[in-house]
Each structure stands twice: as C-alpha cells, then as structure tokens.
Design a protein around this ligand. Structure first.
Ligand code: PEP
Length: 248
C-alpha cells in the first residue's frame, strides 16, 4: 500500500507575514489529515517554516537545488544547505525550471543524484507540453525524462524518489487533466519503472500536478495509480490546501 502525499509548491510567492498565516492555517487543520504533507518554500523562508512546523506532521521541502556540493556558484543553493534548515524534500525538474532555465534531463538527473547523496527526497517532476501531447509524444517525453534519471542513479534509487507527473499544459492554467488522462500516464510511468524492477514500480509514489484544487482532488487522488498531488496555486490558501490534503 503506497502512502498518499500532498506537497505544496509555493513557487516565488511568499512574505514573512503570508508564510506565518499560511502555516498557522495549515497546522490548525492537520488533526483531520492522514496524508503525508510537505510544503516547498522559497529558500529565504525555509528557516521560518522550519521553526513554525516543529513538532507537527508537516514536512519541509525546497523548490530547487544546485547539483554541486559547494564552491563558486554565486546565487546557488546546495543540498546540504537545504538540509541544514530541516528540509527533507526538494522539487527537481519542475517544468518552469526545464523551460525558463533550460534545465535538461541530464542536469535534472544530476540534481536528483545530489539530493539523494544528501538524504533529501527528490520530487522529480516530469510532463509533456500541449504540442507534445497533441503530437502523440506524451509517453516518449515522459520516458526520456525518467530514463535519464534511471541511467544516472539506477532503478534502486527510486525507493527514495517521488515522481510528480505534471502536464505542462495543466500547470497554472486552471485546465486540469481528466482523471482518465492522468491515470493513463501514471500507469505508463509505473509500467516503465516496472520494466526495470516491478516491486520498485509498485512502491514508488506518483503524484499528479496541474491545477489540482479542492474541487477536483478527490477524483484524481482516487485513481489507482495517483498517490497524491503536487499543488501550486491552491497551496497558497490554507483552507484549499487542507481540503486537498484530506482528499483521496
Ligand atoms: C506546480 O507548479 O507544480 C503546479 C502544479 O501548479 P498549479 O497547481 O498552480 O497548476
């Protein structure tokens, strides 16, 4: 039985005041939540969130990392620094990073490795653009993104990796994949992992991301191969985020 995980990706949205309000709001409803809950905060707020969630079930994640351990990489943040602030998760390969910052699948794989080497759990994001879906390339694209990671770290490493399937056309657009569309790709991803190791395939959590909200979360998370959600916009409102955390 795989665990249900709901992770919030705040992206570049935060202030000291809003972080306080959001975390206190989430904490106030956590007694009714049985899913694993993660909040992925922008780097400057990791320390604030770390302090606020002490002794709670809420876990902390970052949104990106540099693949190098230390050194002359101005403006970058390493896995160790993230861990230093109590984070246990890190989003890797989000589509915004792949498209806006030209992160290739091989760089994403290096980042996954750096996270794993430092005992951080990577939330590995994969997904196709609208053009790729319309061209019938969804499975090819997702397979290339996942195979790059398998090639570098090996299938065994997926015991400590969470995958998030995030169709690019559904992120921040209000246009959610239907449960059937999402389930089909989740099943494909599980079969792909299963070609290397069936028990790892069955144990790997695969989250859906892309305009998941309080209204559609239940239906999506109820699908056989959807093990939770990676939530952008709806993670910024405590009430909406809590509704999603209770789904499934
Ligand atoms: C995301 O950025 O990972 C995401 C899923 O965003 P949204 O929920 O806003 O579509």
């Amino acid at each position: 039985m795989r665990r249900t995980i709901v992770a919030g990706n705040w992206k570049m949205n935060a202030s000291k005041e809003s972080v306080n309000k959001l975390i206190l709001g989430i904490l106030s409803g956590m007694s009714e939540v049985s899913s694993e809950v993660v909040v992925c905060a922008p780097f400057p707020y990791l320390s604030q969130v770390e302090a606020l969630i002490t002794h709670s079930q809420v876990k902390l994640g970052a949104q990106n990392l540099n693949a190098n351990p230390a050194g002359a990489f101005t403006g970058e943040v390493s896995a160790n620094m993230i861990k230093d602030f109590g984070a246990r998760y890190v989003i890797v390969g989000h589509s915004e990073r792949r498209s806006l910052y030209r992160e290739t699948s091989s760089l994403v794989a290096e980042k996954v490795k750096a996270a794993l080497d430092n005992d951080l759990t990577p939330l590995l994001c994969v997904g196709e653009s609208l053009e790729q879906r319309e061209a019938g390339e969804t499975e090819t694209v997702v397979a290339e993104q996942i195979n790059a990671v398998i090639e570098l770290v090996g299938i065994g490493a997926f015991r400590n990796i969470i995958i998030a399937y995030e169709p690019v056309w559904a992120i921040g657009t209000g246009k959610t994949a239907s449960p059937e569309q999402a389930q089909a790709v989740h099943l494909f991803i599980r079969s792909l992992l299963g070609e290397s190791n069936e028990s790892i395939a069955q144990g790997t959590p695969i989250l859906y991301g892309g305009s998941m909200n309080a209204g559609n979360a239940n239906e999506l998370i109820s699908c056989a191969d959807i093990d939770g959600g990676l939530i952008g916009g709806a993670a910024l409102k405590a009430e909406d985020f809590l509704q999603i955390c209770k789904a499934g």
